[in-house]
Design a protein around this ligand. Structure first.
Ligand SMILES: N[C@@H](CCC(=O)N[C@@H](CS)C(=O)NCC(=O)O)C(=O)O
Length: 194
C-alpha cells in the first residue's frame, strides 16, 4: 500500500492527500511533525534525505519526495494530467511557478504568522508584496478561465489551491481577489474539501 509521510498543517502534504483521496487510492498516512523537527530526525533523513514532507513510499517500495512530483506520479493517466501536450505544459508552467513564486511567499508568510505566531512587524515585508503579486497574477488568469491549464481541473489547480485557500492565515484577504476566491470554491468542490 502507498504510504504518505506528511503533516496536516502543510498544504504541500494536503495536496498529496487530496489527490490520493480524489483518485480513490488506498494509503497509510504517517504523521511527521515539522514544527517539532521530525523531518530532520536521523531515521527520517535516512529514508528521505531531502528532510522534508511530503514524501511517499510507493506500493513497490520506491520512495519519492517533492509534492508536485508526487502529485504528477499519482495522477499519471487520470484526467488531472491533461492528455494534450500544450495543456500539459501549461500545467507544468503553473506547478513550477507555484513552487518558485507562490509558495515561498504565501506559505512562508502563513507559517511565520499562523504557526510561529510572529507579529506582522517581524515578518519580512517582501513576503506580503510577493504574495499579493502572486494572487493578482492568478486573478488576471482566472478573469477569462475557470482552471489553470487546458479547459479542465488539473494537478496545477490542486497544487495552487493548497496555500491559496489558507492565504488568510498569512494575512491575505481573498475578498480582494474575487476571481481567485471563486476558483478556490470550484477546486474545493471537485476535491470534496472545504
Ligand atoms: N518543495 C517541497 C517543499 C516541501 C516543504 O517545504 N516541506 C516543509 C513543510 S510544508 C517541511 O518539510 N518542513 C520541515 C523542514 O524543512 O524541516 C515540496 O513541494 O514538497
Amino acid at each position: 500500500m502507498l504510504t504518505i509521510h506528511g503533516d496536516r498543517i502543510s498544504g504541500n502534504c494536503l495536496k498529496v492527500k487530496w489527490i490520493a483521496d480524489h483518485l480513490g487510492l488506498a494509503y497509510r498516512w504517517v504523521d511527521v511533525d515539522v514544527v517539532k523537527g521530525e523531518a530532520k530526525a536521523p531515521a527520517y533523513l535516512a529514508d528521505f534525505p531531502m528532510g522534508q514532507v511530503p514524501a511517499v513510499v510507493l506500493t513497490d517500495g520506491r520512495r519519492l519526495a517533492q509534492s508536485n512530483a508526487i502529485l504528477l506520479h499519482l495522477a499519471e493517466g487520470s484526467a488531472l494530467v491533461p492528455a494534450d501536450a500544450f495543456a500539459r505544459a501549461e500545467m507544468f508552467q503553473w506547478l513550477f511557478w507555484e513552487q518558485y513564486t507562490h509558495e515561498p511567499a504565501i506559505a512562508v508568510r502563513r507559517f511565520q504568522r499562523h504557526y510561529l505566531g510572529k507579529p506582522d512587524s517581524e515578518i519580512d515585508p517582501a513576503l506580503m508584496v510577493k504574495g499579493r503579486a502572486a494572487l493578482t497574477l492568478m486573478a488576471r488568469h482566472l478573469a477569462t478561465r475557470d482552471w489553470f491549464a487546458g479547459g479542465a481541473v488539473s494537478c496545477a489547480d490542486v497544487a495552487l489551491v493548497a496555500y491559496t485557500r489558507v492565504a488568510h492565515e498569512g494575512g491575505f484577504d481573498l475578498a480582494e481577489w474575487p476571481a481567485v476566491a471563486a476558483w478556490v470554491t470550484r477546486v474545493e468542490a471537485v476535491l470534496g474539501i472545504g
